[in-house]
Design a binder for this molecule. Structure first.
Ligand code: NG1
Ligand code: ZN
Length: 549
């Protein structure tokens, strides 16, 4: 069977590539202004079909979202059969296809690709897709559908869904009828699975105070609306920032990224949250989660991905001990260089900890090496993975005391509650709430597990961020030459100082991270480093950002 060249060419011409743009499949797929992505979506439809054919007709997912980015942005990423990110080796194929300039080039590139990776075109292609609430979504989905048609894929539209629900559905579809069956492949299947597991886990524990949930004016609101009634009286969710139909408000002055980067309360919650109360923020596609609370004096305190990881790791470790499985199940933690130094210390005192480069796929793969692998990025994206052998142990273990049996039962509920495919704000929120209920912790008690070192993240615009190359899980620069030595000299002057510089995988900037013992020091350190980075690229002194001086 051959490619349908006339159809591919005809539909290709409906989705011309804007001139002078080079697209790149980065850590979160393609991401840029929504109105520039039409050609990319068409091509990703074709590629998703080919990926499915290559994997013998397994269902591939396509998610149209730009997550926490501004509303005008959009993006697309492919989801592999077990609900994980697209295999790395295909990222460069995606980039290559996105950048060809004519129908002939496109068909030739497809032809060469089909031969090179040995795709049997007679195999079926199955693709399921969804989008977030961005206004550019429907048109981009139409372009995607043309791509799916051009490659002859059987396509299924899940409409507007959170990113984690799409990943969940992909995993369910591909495991249906196998021993790894993951659940009913529908959004309702997802809500029921999570709600049932949550209720089992909290049982008769005292109900916590209502939880304010900032939905970032995005798709997360739909998920909260759907799951809230299924939780009965176990927890009351109070959704805020729910204006999904209002233009211009998605992720604006709200949401997980706002809280993490601004380290403050979304202004819209100022009149909602009272001293002593906790709240959380989702991002625009509901795969990131940030918690926070106001102390008795009304002061804001943030509980980020690192704090979530610490809370969950300690809880799971205790359950493993409590069920008599210590030594048989190893709990480990995976972080990136952005993890707060205090969190790393807290974890290292309890469990093995690994540091990997930024990007969910790195964290996910490293976490798979533990029986229970907890991974969270400081920005609130993360989950907990249970290895197949751990699941087997949990299912077959014979508890020797009633206390062992209770802990075992809780561990089994956790394997149902926690999304095994990808970081999931709704699942993680219920996980946190369950642990808080078990521990009888307030936000303040949770926060006191360790004290964050003051930290600062700064962006620097440079002409070409690709000249920045790193090693040691991005903690050190190897290029431009000599720059790391300058940073080493500088950081030595700050007590508890740590800094690193890396090119962003999702924005055209270089990121500078710094931490130190005091707020004043960390700001000074971060801006000095940013200045050094800017100057190293012969940045125009007249345009040097004032704060870098
Ligand atoms: P980049 O732009 O590569 O720093 C950002 C986040 C990552 C990850 C990706 C994907 C930070 C500092 N970086 O990556 O952790 O979440 O986006 O969305 O938060
Ligand atoms: Zn997101």
């Amino acid at each position: 069977m051959a490619l349908n060249v006339p159809l591919l060419s005809e539909l290709y011409d409906k989705h011309p590539k804007p001139a002078h743009i080079t697209f790149q499949y980065g850590t979160a797929g393609f991401r840029t202004l929504g109105d520039q992505l039409d050609s990319v979506l068409f091509r990703m439809g074709v590629l998703a079909g080919l990926r499915s054919k290559k994997l013998d007709g397994k269902t591939i997912g396509v998610m149209v979202t730009a997550s926490h980015n501004p509303e005008a942005d959009n993006g697309v990423k492919l989801v592999d059969p077990r609900g994980e990110m697209l295999e790395t080796s295909w990222e460069s194929h995606a980039t290559a296809l996105a950048n060809v300039n004519t129908a002939t080039e496109f068909v030739d590139a497809l032809d060469a690709f089909v031969k090179a990776v040995k795709i049997d075109l007679s195999k079926p292609a199955r693709v399921v897709y969804a989008r977030d609430t961005r206004p550019s979504g429907p048109a981009l989905v139409a372009a995607l559908e043309d791509g799916l048609k051009a490659i002859g894929a059987e396509a299924h539209d899940e409409g507007v869904q959170t990113t984690p629900i799409l990943h969940y559905i992909v995993r369910c579809l591909n495991t249906k009828g196998t021993k790894d069956e993951y659940g009913e492949p529908t959004p309702d299947g997802y809500y029921n699975k999570l709600a049932t597991a949550y209720k089992k886990l909290v049982g008769t524990k005292t109900t916590l105070q209502p939880l304010v949930v900032d939905c970032a004016n995005g798709v997360g609101f739909f998920a909260i609306e759907k799951i809230a009634p299924l939780l009965d009286s176990h927890i009351k969710l109070v959704p805020q920032n729910v204006a999904v139909d209002t233009l211009g408000v998605l992720n604006h002055a709200c949401g997980a990224d706002f809280v993490k980067t601004q380290q403050k309360l979304p202004p819209s919650l100022a009149s909602v949250l009272k001293p002593g109360e906790r709240a959380c923020s989702l991002d625009g596609d509901a795969d990131r989660l940030m918690y926070y609370y106001l102390d008795e004096r009304g002061q804001f305190h943030m509980l980020d991905g690192d704090k979530i990881a610490a809370l969950v790791t300690a809880f799971i470790s205790d359950l493993v001990k409590g069920s008599g499985l210590e030594g048989k199940i190893e709990v480990g933690v995976v972080q990136t260089a952005y993890a707060n130094g205090s969190s790393t210390k807290y974890m290292e005192d309890r469990v093995p900890v690994r540091c990997v480069p930024t990007g969910v796929k790195h964290l996910h793969h490293a976490a798979e090496h533990f029986s229970v692998g907890v991974y969270f990025e400081a920005n609130g994206h993360g989950t907990v993975l249970f290895s197949p052998s751990c699941l087997e142990t949990l299912r077959t273990h014979e508890p020797s005391t009633p206390a062992h049996a209770t802990s075992l039962k809780h561990l089994l509920s956790l394997t149902e509650l926690i999304n095994q495919a990808v970081g999931d704000a709704v699942s993680d929120m219920l996980l946190v709430e369950a642990v808080l209920a078990h521990r009888s912790y307030s936000g303040e008690q949770w926060d006191s597990l360790y004290a964050d070192l003051p930290n600062r993240l700064v962006k620097v615009s440079v002409p070409n961020r690709n000249v920045f190359k790193t090693e040691d899980a991005e903690r050190r620069l190897v290029s431009p030459p000599g720059l790391q030595t300058k940073l080493d000299e500088l950081v030595r002057k700050y007590e508890g100082g740590r800094t690193f510089v890396r090119p962003s995988g999702t924005e055209d900037v270089v990121r500078v991270y710094a931490e130190a013992r005091s707020r004043g020091h960390v700001d000074e350190l971060a801006f000095k480093v940013a200045g050094i980075v800017y100057d190293s690229q012969n940045g125009d002194p007249a345009k040097r950002p004032r704060e870098f001086l």
